[in-house]
Design a protein around this ligand. Structure first.
Ligand SMILES: Cc1cc2nc3c(=O)[nH]c(=O)nc-3n(C[C@H](O)[C@H](O)[C@H](O)COP(=O)(O)O)c2cc1C
Length: 360
């Protein structure tokens, strides 16, 4: 038996295998609503055999969108639009997950092929919010610092979006606390210069994400898993780091988080990333070993044997693939062949599962 094709049970939910679609912005939404693109894109990944199909970062508030073309979940029409996509993902035997996000000071950005930096207000952008009024970089709009009422509104919006996600049929919720977006901005001393209860000490900087996670755990059914994506390090001296990530993951365990999805970076333009195959796997391994919580490994995982080894050596419980699944959406079916695992193919494709049978 392979590790990659073992089911993974978290609370009352079983993923059919250990391969997840890493959340990936598509910049194809209209007013936060999904389009045909999302059905074909996410549906195709479900056909391809991933056990967990996660949406892109889906904004809990309009001003929390990374770009004007992001998915959102602050109104009913958005939830109703996602429901058929969720239905199709389930019909393929995959589990639908949603990443809930607020981009903070990195909101109102251009889709990568349209430009870089912030979309100006005059061109349909908006003034973003953040823990402190510090822009991400030159070319980015300076954000407004959130006051306490604004922080409470963010927590409420995470809860509201989670309720809508459940109504649409999603079975996993992931809180996006990575890549330099709002919750990560609160975690890092580089972007959080607050003097109140949400800034300064480790306890204060982690307060918002702990409050969001606690609020969500309260409204999620007992059997429904909750994931958090963390940037395990800012890759900048004096920033958020792996030791703090391990400590925070320990708190997550107490709060009822079921899996930490271990990414890194995105907070500072001065980051110096040590890039290479599986470069973030050691973060997943440390958090798993020291916080005692299931983890997901992500980042330059491209080969079936590499993914299998990450699980076999106990570095993670789940592997998330991003760009490799854009290159080859049926990577999971191919990986099963390479590793010699028997997996169900979509019935309509079954005659392609074995190449040398004569076609009649
Ligand atoms: C087109 C694209 C969009 C992405 N959007 C998101 C996102 O919405 N949320 C997120 O957490 N990460 C996002 N990421 C990061 C991926 O989820 C993943 O962590 C990263 O690409 C590294 O994995 P890979 O080497 O398998 O691609 C995005 C990556 C790509 C390539």
């Amino acid at each position: 038996m392979t590790h990659l094709f073992q089911p993974l049970t978290l609370r009352g939910l079983t993923l059919p295998n250990r391969i997840a679609v890493s959340p990936m912005c598509q910049y194809q939404a209209q007013e936060g609503e999904g389009t045909d693109w999302h059905l074909v894109h996410l549906g195709g990944l479900a056909q391809g055999g991933a056990g967990l199909v996660m949406t892109e970062a889906t904004a809990i508030l309009p001003e929390g969108r990374i770009s004007p073309e992001d998915l959102g979940l602050w109104n009913l029409a958005q939830a109703e639009g996602l429901a058929p996509i969720v239905h199709f993902i389930k019909s393929q035997g995959a589990v639908p997950g949603i990443q809930l996000a607020h981009a903070g000071r990195k909101a109102s950005a251009y889709a990568p092929w349209r430009g870089s930096g912030s979309v100006p207000v005059a061109a349909g952008g908006w003034i973003p919010v953040a823990p402190s009024a510090l822009p991400f970089d030159t070319g980015w709009t300076a954000p407004m610092a959130l006051d306490e009422a604004g922080i409470l509104a963010v927590i409420e919006a995470f809860m509201d979006a989670a309720r809508k996600a459940m109504a649409a049929g999603f079975q996993v919720i992931e809180v996006h606390a990575a890549h330099g977006y709002l919750l990560h901005q609160f975690l890092s001393p580089l972007s959080n210069h607050r003097k109140d209860a949400y800034g300064g000490s480790f306890e204060n900087r982690t307060r918002l994400v702990r409050e969001v996670v606690g609020a969500l755990r309260n409204i999620l059914p007992e059997e429904m898993p909750l994931f958090v994506r963390l940037s395990a390090t800012d890759w900048v001296e004096g920033g958020w780091d792996i030791d703090q990530s391990v400590a925070l993951a320990g708190e997550f365990k107490t709060l009822g988080v079921d899996l930490v999805d271990c990414s890194s970076g995105g907070l500072s333009p001065h980051q110096k990333i040590a890039l290479g195959p599986g470069y973030q796997v050691p973060f997943a391994a440390r958090i798993r070993a020291e916080a005692g919580l299931p983890t997901g490994a992500v980042g330059l995982i491209t080969e079936p044997t590499q993914a299998e080894q990450i699980l076999a050596e106990g570095s993670a419980d789940l592997v998330l693939l991003g760009r490799e699944l854009l290159r080859n959406p049926r990577w999971p079916l191919r990986a099963a062949q390479v590793l010699g695992a028997e997996v169900p193919w979509p019935a309509s494709y079954a005659r392609a599962a074995k190449g040398s049978v004569p076609i009649r």
